[in-house]
Ligand binder design. Sequence first.
Ligand SMILES: *[C@@H]1O[C@H](CO)[C@@H](O)[C@H](O)[C@H]1NC(C)=O
Ligand SMILES: *[C@@H]1O[C@H](CO)[C@@H](O)[C@H](O)[C@H]1NC(C)=O
Ligand SMILES: [Zn+2]
Length: 479
Amino acid sequence: MTYTEGRAISSSQRTALPSHAFLYKAAAVSVLLLSGSLTAEAGTCDPAKCVFPACVCPSVSPPKGLDPKTVPQFFTLTFDDAIQSQTVTPVAQIMSPHKNPSGCPIKATWFAQIMYSDFALIQQWYAAGNEVADHTMTHPSNPPAAEIIGNRKAINAFSGIPFAKLNGFRAPNLNYSKGTFDTLAQEKFLYDSSTNAVTENAYWPYTLDFGLANDCWTGICNEAIAAPGMWEIPMHAIMNGAEPYSMDPQLFAPAGTIAGLLKDNFNRHYQGTRQPFGIYLHPVHIKEAGAMYNEFFTWAAAQKDVWFVTNQQLLEWMKNPVPASELAAQEYMKCNMPAVGKEICNGLDDTKAGAIDKGLLEVCNFPDGPWSTCYGCPKTKPTPEDPVPERVVAAGTAGARTPVAASCAMEWWDPVAAQCLCSNSTCAFTDIATTTTPVTGTPTPKPGNGNGNAAIQLTGSWASMGLVAAVAAGLAQLL
Ligand SMILES: *[C@@H]1O[C@H](CO)[C@@H](O)[C@H](O)[C@H]1NC(C)=O
Ligand SMILES: *[C@@H]1O[C@H](CO)[C@@H](O)[C@H](O)[C@H]1NC(C)=O
Ligand SMILES: [Zn+2]
């Protein structure tokens, strides 16, 4: 059962962008507005009232007046829609060959819908150090609140991911309204990433204290969106001259043309004011473009100070920006994997047996496709009206799976034994960063890293610990 968000949707996303004629006009207006200062702040954001770090005005320049040449070039790779074996496979193929400057595997954000997703694969994507964000339950345009709220509830219940980590949102078909932002603000989301940025409004992430400054041609910037402290992470279109390609750029021109455009657009950011550079993909559309993306990621990763990050990592940096030279040392950039020592249902291949959560997943059968979970099958499929239906095996009865205890991290929680295998800083970790430079001197054990640097010698690559094994495990469970 494959869920395909077809070309029709991609083209509606494109028509959600200004027409060429409009863009030319917009460009002319921007030139006038920007002629005084290249770092002019947009819209009604008043820098005197918008005080860092609680509030950040839309700006093409890095926060705190930092010199662009000293800041990291962030690369935000995102995926949308269902997380299922068919979509995880092409994603693993374009991610697993690449590393950040720290030696850690590159990270990405998946805006996951519930329909056709496998909750165990959502958990595995998160356990591998990536971000899961909200893309509603059934993918409606201009989604009702229940679609947004139900997504987090279901993922929390059936994938074990804490609410606090499920705090980003992208509107299906990039179709949102002021009401969408009202819901996000009420539900205390950290950020939205549904708006488009073209060359003239290619802003760094900003807070919504003074409303939106992207997609203004729709009138949305005049709406009184009041979401103080909530971030907007604009989606930077790949520009082909004046024509923006918002998502899946490979669908709109031959591979050779796109490969050139990706480099030109990346360079505009990298040699300019280093706004995060993004590639936003639907995994079902990657297909043979995988080779082109792998080549482009290899090229980009070879440029100095380029980091592929999740949206949450990007916002950690925004709140406390450090020079590129200090990024690797930040806690939120580490790639420590829990060393549990026995196979528990936590989304990881704890015993390095080549299969994640082997024999521990429950397979739940519903008419639109079976999915698996560590946290007990529900009696009915999750819906916006009832995102967390009663379990087949009721809590407290034999064989029931237990939700993650509040004091335990999901990676350490055994839902079968209802036991937390570690709840303090003495937990053993494996640092899976690989370096090409030999480590010299005496390895210094790090706090919270029971294995110290010795673990580096033992590392598995991401491919052996992460998604490739996840796919095998997921498929094995489904067959
Ligand atoms: C957004 O969704 C609404 C509700 O489904 C629809 O009426 C509207 O046409 C959509 N807008 C765009 C630009 O597709
Ligand atoms: C940390 O947790 C482990 C096992 O969960 C326990 O044996 C140990 O005593 C704890 N240490 C501290 C300092 O609380
Ligand atoms: Zn979508």
